[in-house]
Design a protein around this ligand. Sequence first.
Ligand code: ADP
Ligand code: MG
Length: 695
Amino acid sequence: MKNVPEIFGSMVFNDNVMREKLPKDVYKKLIKTIKNGERLDLELANVVAHAMKEWAIEKGATHFTHWFQPMTGITAEKHTSFITQGDGGSIRMEFTGKELAQGEPDASSFPSGGLRTTFEARGYTAWDPTSYAFIKDNTLCIPTVFCSYGGEALDKKTPLLRSMEVLEKEAKRILKLFGHNDVGRVYTTVGAEQEYFLIDRELYLQRQDLRYCKRTLFGACPPKGQELEDHYFGAIKPRVSKFMEELDSELWKLGIMAKTEHNEVAPGQYELAPEFSITNIAADQNQLMMELMKVIAEKHNLTCILHEKPFAGVNGSGKHNNWSIATDTGMNLLEPGNTPWKNKQFLLFLVAFIKAVDEYQDLIRVTTASASNDHRLGASEAPPAIISIFLGEELTEMLEAFGNSKYKAKDREDMEFGVHYLAKLTKDLTDRNRTSPLAFTGNKFEFRMVGSSLSISGPNIILNTVVAEALSQFADTLEKSSDFEKDLDELIKDAFAKHKRIIYNGNNYSDEWVKEAEKRGLYNLKSMPEVMPRFITKKSVELLTKHKVFTEVEIHSRYEIVLEEYIKVLNIEALTLIDMINKNIIPDSIEYSGALSKVAERKKNLKIKFDVEKDLIDKINGLTKSLSDKLKKFEGYIAEGKKISDVQKSAKFYRDKVLNYMDGEMRPIIDELEKTVSKKYWKLPTYGDMLYSLL
Ligand code: ADP
Ligand code: MG
């Protein structure tokens, strides 16, 4: 058994280490930077860098890197060793404050969405001292932001930090009105529950589609899917459990509070939930978590798949982004307390959230958009593409009746198990609704629409900003008020009345909801080419530039990057499918029908009936002929798509002509062939092989 408290954070230059390794005055100054956001000077950085290096070398590190999150969605690093030339051919291990505080990676190979034409290739990384440095692969990793020569953000972290500052500013204005003058900092907090699939590595390697596209492009449904629901929370298989054990311990070393691990609904699907933390740290940690999942899986001869929909017909993977607002005085601003109907501060923050989501549904939807998440949203057991909020009956009733003196709210009840010696538990104010994209879960909102492979920065940048905007409008009204209580009541009542159409407590997976949402005038933006233009509307741009979360140039560059990526992903999928059809599907099918013909021939000579063989041969010939015809048409579409230079038009074309043709016209034929061809000839692993590989 490992000594968990001993290994926890052992690879992190955290508060304890800083206190131990840094001179007292330096430590105090650094903490001021971390806690109060004060600017950092280079002299201080020199001392910190030296202590960091000594500590890192003690732990076996030889290199350092600025660790950042460019627009590729994964993290980037460029390792530099501490080695510096010393006297007489000797070497010294050195790390300066300048190296700690700032780096200059070449930005030209990272996506910049046209920003490259307006700035030099040079990019800058700058230390984010609020996120601790850590050691990974014998390398000291310094969490940084990544900007262009002109100061435009080229990463996901810069705007996240900006949005956190905006929310903090506006929330503090509100808190002041409630008399909380003691609040120093306001943070948004996030706990990101991560879903993923594990499959046997050997099988993974045999599927080009998984290797190149991270999803299967075809595959017939196995006789047993997830209908028995026997996987969810079931006992964890020994091989998976060994993987989880190692993952936990590596995460703990990096100071990541991996807390719960369990089987998910689909066979081969799992979830890991960490303890929540301040949003930028949660974002860093989620990136590390995804990276380690992949690396450690390999060691166990497994492959971790983070794609949102690797297998059609079974559940996809999401990332449940639990979001709340906390103060340095220990308040959770979304905590209702025992008498929520009297807790007007809570109700004000709650209606701010409701207003924000209703007013910027489309922008929130933008943050969950990707080629891969398009397959998940609206499919089996995933939220639809419609944004709505689940509040639960009680809170909804409470807000409906707000201001009505006759309304009698219930006190929060104890749970009744019917067994007297079980510990008394207070019921949460709301029950669960697993179908809602944005569910209130007691003292936080759980944003379930986020895809499993996405960085959580995007969704949180927007959640922070839209809520900040609502709070800012509220503060504008209330700061001018001469009768605070009266105006506050009116504000809560009005905001709820105006925005309650966004609340839906029913089953989001039902068809009725789609119709109802349309009646209510809510957006139902199903796929990337419809979603992305909502990012560059006048309203979105005004909001984001007003709060200085993005400049207009940054918004347009991101719009281009995301759509370009969409087109590239679809193009890779198309080429992979063609490759698999030519190298596997058609040859395997022909080989089988050839073998059948031989049997039929022999039977014919022996004057034995060969109807079954003939039927099969006809079926396979029909299917392969039809597939080969469609392939020609498909190749034509791809050639046509390549000629379109406008990203918006190209994205639409790829969705309508390439993706839809692939999924709707070609896949059914391939799946039918898979079901028809004998296992001996169909060499690719099937869904059944892959999903039930970890016994
Ligand atoms: P639940 O029972 O609602 O799932 P858990 O305590 O299991 O609640 O938390 C689920 C996820 O939500 C975890 O990752 C947890 O850290 C996170 N979480 C809990 N409280 C907060 C909060 N105040 N802010 C952000 N995330 C939170
Ligand atoms: Mg959850």
